[in-house]
Design a protein around this ligand. Structure first.
Ligand code: PLP
Length: 427
C-alpha cells in the first residue's frame, strides 16, 4: 500500500513543498498532509483508507458535498462531446444567464479559470474605467496571488503597501493601499486623503482568509457610501462568499450593491473556474466590446460550465440555505458548548455555510483579534481532530465550510471528536 508519508517524500522532491498550493502542506499546523484517494458526500478517504469528515470542501466549492451525482453526471455528459472547443459554446450563455439572474448587480459577466484571474481582471477593469491607478484592500483579506494583492498593511491605520512576497515590485505594491477590516473611520480618513486617486476598493464582504470574520453592522453600507462619494468602484470579492452565504452571495445577505463582483469556487462545481461581472456600461469596456484587454484559452470551458451549472441548479432547491445555515449553527453552537464544558476560552463566527473557530474568549471582529487568538492551541486541536477522522482547514487563519451532505450524525460525531481533541489539546 502507498502511504501518505511515502507520497509526501516523493512529492517534496518534485514539487515546491510537495504541493501545488501552499496551505495544503500543513506548514502552519505542522506535520505532513494526507493524500486523498477519493471523496464522496461529506467525506474524504486518504490513500491509507482512513475516512475524514471534511470541513474544507476543496476550500469552498463542494457546497453540496463531494462527487454529487447530479454534478458528476453533467460532467460525464459534457465530456462525451469533447473537452474544449476554443469557440463559443451554448453552456457559456446558460451560465451567464444563470449568474445575471441570481445576482442582480451583474448585467454582464466574463468567465475565467480561477478566482485569482477574476480579481486581477476586475482591478484592471476598475483602473481602465476610472483612469486611476491606486486600489484599496484590507489587511488579512486574500484575493488570489496577483501582484497587487500580495500586500499587507505596515504599522498605522493607513499606509502605502509593503510587498508580502519577494518578486512583487515595490512600484506595484505602492499602488495598493491597505486598511484594517471593519474600521470605517480608517476608511474615511484614507478616502479623504487619496479618494481621487483610487480606482477600486476590493473586499471580501465576509472575510474568510483570516479565519472567518463577518462585517460589522453598517460597515459594508458605509464603504458603499464612501465609494460612491469618491467615484471609487466597490468590488466585492465573492470568490468564497458567492453562492455560499446566500444564493445571491454576501451582497444579497447584507443588502449592499457593489459595482463589480468576482466569483470562483462554487460556480465551477469543483472544476477550475472564476468569473467577474457588473453593470453593463462597465463590462462593455472589456475586450472585444471595449478596449480593456482580458482573455483565456480555456475560459468558458464546456466541461467546467457543465459542472458549475449543475451545482447552481442544486443550490436553488427550496430551503437549501436555511438548512445549510442550521447545520452550520448546530456545529458552531455545539463546539462552543464543548469548549465551555472543557473550560477553554473559545469563540465562533458563522454566516450561512461558512464558519470560524477561535481559541480566544472574545468575539472576533478584527484581524488583530484573529491573530491574537491561541494558534498553538488550534494546531494541537487540529491534529487531535485529524487523528479522530475530522479534517478542519490546516491553519488557524482559514474559514471552515459545511455542505448540504453533512448530516446531523456527522455533526454529532464531530462534536464527540472535538471533546476528546480539546481535552488532549488543553493538557
Ligand atoms: N478571492 C478569495 C476571497 C479567495 O478565497 C480566493 C482563494 O481562496 C481567491 C480569491 C483566489 O482564488 P483561486 O485560488 O481560485 O485563484
Amino acid at each position: 500500500m502507498t502511504t501518505n508519508h511515502e507520497l509526501f517524500q516523493r512529492a517534496q522532491q518534485l514539487m515546491p513543498g510537495g504541493v501545488n498550493s501552499p496551505v495544503r502542506a500543513f506548514k502552519s499546523v505542522g506535520g505532513e498532509p494526507f493524500f486523498t484517494a477519493r471523496a464522496d458526500g461529506a467525506y474524504l478517504w486518504d490513500v491509507e483508507g482512513k475516512r475524514y469528515i471534511d470541513y474544507v470542501g476543496s476550500w469552498g466549492p463542494m457546497i453540496v458535498g463531494h462527487n454529487h451525482p447530479h454534478v458528476r453526471e453533467a460532467v460525464e455528459r459534457a465530456v462525451k462531446n469533447g473537452l474544449s472547443y476554443g469557440t463559443p459554446c451554448p453552456a457559456e450563455v446558460t451560465m451567464a444567464e444563470m449568474i445575471t439572474r441570481l445576482v442582480p448587480s451583474i448585467d454582464m459577466v466574463r468567465m475565467v479559470n480561477s478566482g485569482t484571474e477574476a480579481t486581477m481582471s476586475a482591478i484592471r477593469l476598475a483602473r481602465g474605467a476610472t483612469g486611476r491607478n491606486k486600489i484599496v484592500k484590507f489587511e488579512g483579506c486574500y484575493h488570489g496571488h496577483g501582484d497587487s494583492f500580495l500586500v499587507k498593511a505596515g504599522s498605522g491605520a493607513l499606509t502605502f503597501g509593503v510587498p508580502t512576497s519577494p518578486g512583487v515590485p515595490k512600484a506595484n505594491a505602492d499602488l495598493t493601499l491597505t486598511l484594517a477590516y471593519n474600521d470605517l473611520d480608517a476608511a474615511r480618513a484614507l478616502f479623504d486623503e487619496y479618494g481621487n486617486d483610487i480606482a477600486g476598493l476590493i473586499i471580501e464582504p465576509v472575510a474568510g482568509n483570516m479565519n472567518c470574520i463577518p462585517p460589522k453592522e453598517g460597515y459594508l453600507q458605509g464603504l458603499r457610501e464612501l465609494c460612491t462619494k469618491h467615484g471609487v468602484l466597490l468590488i466585492f470579492d465573492e470568490v468564497m462568499t458567492g453562492f455560499r452565504v446566500a444564493l445571491g452571495g454576501a451582497q444579497a445577505h447584507y443588502g449592499v450593491t457593489p459595482d463589480l463582483t468576482t466569483f470562483g469556487k462554487i460556480i465551477g462545481g469543483g472544476m477550475p473556474v472564476g468569473a467577474y461581472g457588473g453593470r453593463r456600461e462597465l463590462m462593455q469596456q472589456i475586450a472585444p466590446a471595449g478596449p480593456i484587454y482580458q482573455a483565456g484559452t480555456l475560459s468558458g470551458n464546456p466541461v467546467a460550465m457543465a459542472a458549475g451549472l449543475a451545482m447552481l441548479e442544486l443550490i436553488q432547491a427550496p430551503g437549501f440555505y436555511e438548512q445549510l445555515a442550521a447545520r452550520t449553527r448546530l456545529l458552531t453552537d455545539g463546539l462552543q458548548a464543548v469548549a465551555d464544558g472543557e473550560g477553554l476560552a473559545f469563540s465562533t463566527n458563522r454566516v450561512g455555510g461558512m464558519f470560524g473557530l477561535f481559541f480566544t474568549g472574545e468575539k472576533v471582529d478584527t484581524y488583530a483579534q484573529a491573530t491574537a487568538a491561541d494558534t498553538a492551541l488550534f494546531n494541537r486541536f487540529f491534529h487531535g481532530m485529524l487523528e479522530r477522522g475530522v479534517y478542519l482547514a490546516p491553519s488557524a487563519f482559514e474559514a471552515g465550510f459545511v455542505s448540504s451532505a453533512h448530516t446531523e450524525q456527522d455533526i454529532a460525531d464531530t462534536l464527540e471528536a472535538a471533546r476528546a481533541a480539546m481535552r488532549a489539546a488543553r493538557a
